[in-house]
Design a protein around this ligand. Structure first.
Ligand SMILES: [Zn+2]
Ligand SMILES: [Zn+2]
Length: 142
């Protein structure tokens, strides 16, 4: 199966590959517009959708509900703090072997998987403790 891509899809893919990180469709649109060959936001979304179905692009959804996209070179997983919204990347993929096993046992061609952990980061845990103790100090003031 050889996908026939439009020039716009090629440019979206090339730009994603050069970024090596996740980016929102809106930011990608702005980036493309900064070059001499811009394209409409709807075209960017359509190209991303096509590339996603080809397995060339993967998508993550942020806590804000915003979708971000990346080309497939990296298999990156995150721990996301529900307090500050910061994402901390994991160094290794803990389920890589599972993907191989599933492909074999279910005869399913897996393009990518997502795996995310949610909780509270160290900083926010610390500042919660600080906020609790500073409450008592503030009470005496004003
Ligand atoms: Zn945090
Ligand atoms: Zn993984």
């Amino acid at each position: 199966m050889k996908p026939r891509r439009t020039p716009n899809q090629e440019r979206v893919l090339t730009t994603l590959k050069s970024l090596k990180r996740f980016i929102s469709a809106q930011d990608l649109y702005l980036k493309l517009r900064a070059t001499d060959q811009g394209m409409g936001l709807a075209t960017v979304y359509r190209a991303l959708d096509t590339l996603k179905r080809e397995g060339q692009v993967q998508m993550r959804t942020l806590l804000t509900g915003e979708s971000i996209y990346s080309s497939l070179q990296q298999d990156e997983h995150h721990m996301t703090c529900l307090e500050c919204g910061q994402s901390f990347p994991l160094e290794d993929c803990p389920v890589h072997h599972l993907e191989d096993a599933l492909q074999q046992s279910h005869k399913f061609k897996i393009y990518y998987h997502t795996l995310e952990f949610f909780g509270v980061c160290e900083q926010c845990t610390d500042s919660e403790v600080l906020a609790d103790s500073s409450c008592q100090e503030v009470r005496g003031g004003s």
